[in-house]
Design a protein around this ligand. Structure first.
Ligand code: PGA
Length: 253
């Protein structure tokens, strides 16, 4: 069985390079444990080089976004070519915090395309704004998935990973995260939609992660039997002890 995936989304923290380096030193002390999972760190772009140099012994580098634009005069964009030069292997795309800034599912589809063409695995985020007691959010998820994955083939879908991040659960506390039953139901649903789009065999190869208020207090119960292959972790990834505890929980299952 493949190792569980643990993706640390540092967002725009730590607030200085020296603090980021301190966090990396703390994480490096726990490298024997982190080698038992597939650990990815997605730092803010200005820290890519520093993290790239230090993470090699126990994990891989990810990025929080990728430009859908190639070479050109696009002030502020970070292109796939640049990311490749730092050995970035995974790109978070379509995070709800980027969507809140105006990113659409069509934009996400272009980013998936660019990432795949440059050999960077897209970690495609999907999640409803709120749960509907009649289950209408399932239809929303189906449509989102269709739109975001409209440009890719059966052979390409096996190179992506999906992060189910219900927007209402991001940035809260463990007790406000999704419950394991709802998570497992949603994972079955997402896999079914993937199967309808690409066939069962391809759908089964797409790892589905969960994100949204993952902490040591809930990681084990969320992972256990829910069908997810790991986590996309925000706040708790900025604390070496918390990330260590989450890793320990998921490898012990
Ligand atoms: P959180 O963030 O773990 O702080 O809820 C998750 C994310 O935004 O990816």
């Amino acid at each position: 069985m493949a190792k569980p995936l643990l993706v640390a989304n540092w967002k725009n923290y730590p607030s200085s390079l020296s603090e980021a380096q301190r966090l990396l030193r703390e994480l490096a002390k726990k490298r024997e444990l982190f080698k038992k999972v597939s650990l990815f760190i997605a730092p803010p772009s200005p820290y890519l080089e520093s993290v790239s140099n230090k993470i090699k012994r126990f994990g891989s580098l990810a990025c929080q976004d990728i430009s859908s634009l190639a070479k050109g005069t696009y002030t502020g964009e970070v292109t796939s070519e640049m990311l490749k030069s730092f050995a970035v292997r995974l790109a978070i795309v379509g995070h709800s915090e980027r969507r809140a800034l105006g990113e659409t599912s069509k934009d996400v589809a272009s980013k998936i395309d660019v990432a795949l063409k440059s050999g960077i695995a897209p970690l495609v985020c999907i999640g409803e704004l709120e749960r509907d007691k009649d289950g209408e959010h399932f239809e929303f998820l189906r449509q989102e998935l269709k739109l975001m994955l409209s440009g890719i083939s059966k052979n390409e879908v096996v190179k992506i990973a999906l992060a189910y991040e219900p927007v209402w659960a991001v940035g809260k506390y463990a007790k406000e995260a999704i419950n394991p039953q709802e998570l497992s139901q949603t994972v079955i649903f997402l896999r079914k939609v993937l199967g309808d789009l690409f066939g069962r065999a391809a759908a089964d190869k797409v790892p589905i992660l969960y994100g949204g208020s993952v902490e040591p207090a809930n990681a084990g119960e969320l992972m256990n039997g829910s069908g997810i292959r790991g986590f996309l972790v925000g706040r708790s990834s900025l604390n070496a002890e918390s990330l260590e505890a989450i890793a320990r929980d998921i490898i012990s299952l």
